[in-house]
Design a binder for this molecule. Structure first.
Ligand code: SF4
Length: 317
């Protein structure tokens, strides 16, 4: 069958991911999410800690089991790693993790670790002419080629994240997933690493799913934005439109907190309470206990994401 060139590279449909704890009902960390990423597109997924962003990222990369729903990458179903061990097509999804200290092996030279990524692409059948070298990849991420001979601990956090990006690029991904890739970096490195990921993904025609709690950075690099709250997407749309006219009360609260002097998107004091426990989500609209615009019925009826890209009863037909 000929692939459809207009089809999304990544399609997440009605995804549910659950965690099980002994003696307790399952916790839905992701509770029915649909999302698409197209080739050459940057999608920013934002929300507070504990909203399910990282669980979604892990599911997209086949690192966690799906309870319900479906994920497809380039037409291939994404399944947990144990099942898909031999599905080479899925090595076209590469992830950049949050912790640049823990994601690199301190005992192996940088060049050797980047070569792992290149071997992944070779194993997928990429021709020798399409493959590159660790030195070339290091140059592309703004580090000297000589860094290949050194060890990760000789570099700063921002430089290590560049090395992790080089390793991911070596596998010639068509989809790059960044799971809070800038949150462990100092403020000066955050925007540099985020813009680097965007430019490398776009110039290679890859899609980028960029997950962050920092809206000020996501605003600058994402074509589209999806706002997640307690396992659900509550608003989505082109970044410029959502930024100019946020509609969901939670999106408005997030944007009201940006920019902060340190660039962090923390919630404003006027939004009461913490994110509820996903093991015991509120009835009706999950945001209702904190929503300044909640009205009669919000504690009973759960709003669905409508065609306009918002899940809030204020906009129901
Ligand atoms: Fe607020 Fe009601 Fe909209 Fe939920 S549905 S965000 S509680 S107004």
């Amino acid at each position: 069958m000929t692939p459809d060139p207009t089809a999304p590279l990544l399609s997440v449909d009605d995804l549910v991911v659950q965690y099980h704890r002994p003696g307790a009902p399952p916790t839905r960390a992701v509770a029915g999410v649909s999302l698409q990423v197209r080739a050459g597109e940057v999608v920013g997924l934002v929300g507070e800690s504990g909203c399910g962003k990282s669980t979604l990222a892990r599911a997209v990369c086949g690192l966690t089991a799906l309870a319900e729903g479906r994920i497809t990458y380039d037409g291939t179903p994404v399944r947990p790693l144990r099942v898909r061990r031999r599905e080479l097509a899925l090595t076209g999804i590469q992830m950049v993790f949050q912790d640049p200290y823990g994601s690199l092996n301190p005992r192996r030279r940088v060049g050797s670790q980047i070569a792992d990524g290149i071997r992944t692409a070779a194993g997928r059948g990429e021709s020798a002419a399409e493959l590159t070298t660790p030195e070339d990849l290091l140059t592309r991420v703004g580090l000297p080629a000589s860094a290949a001979e050194r060890y990760p601990q000789e570099f700063s956090g921002g430089q290590r994240q560049r090395i992790a990006i080089a390793r991911a690029l070596g596998a010639r991904p068509r989809l790059l997933v960044g799971d809070e890739p800038i949150s462990a970096l100092d403020a000066s490195a955050q925007l540099q690493v985020a813009t680097l990921m965007r430019s490398l993904a776009v110039e290679s025609g890859a899609g980028l799913l960029f997950i962050s709690h920092d809206l000020s950075v996501v605003r600058l690099i994402a074509d589209r934005i999806a706002v997640m709250y307690l396992g659900r997407i509550v608003e989505t749309g082109p970044t410029a439109e959502v930024w100019a006219d946020p509609r969901h009360p939670y999106t408005r609260a997030l944007l009201a907190a940006v920019p902060k002097p340190d660039g962090a998107g923390v919630l404003p004091a006027e939004l009461p309470g913490d994110v509820p426990d996903p093991a015991d989500p509120p009835s009706g609209c999950r945001f209702h206990p904190r929503c300044p615009q909640a009205f009669d019925g919000c504690d009973r009826e759960e709003p669905q994401l409508i065609a306009g890209g918002v899940a809030c009863r204020l906009y129901a037909a």
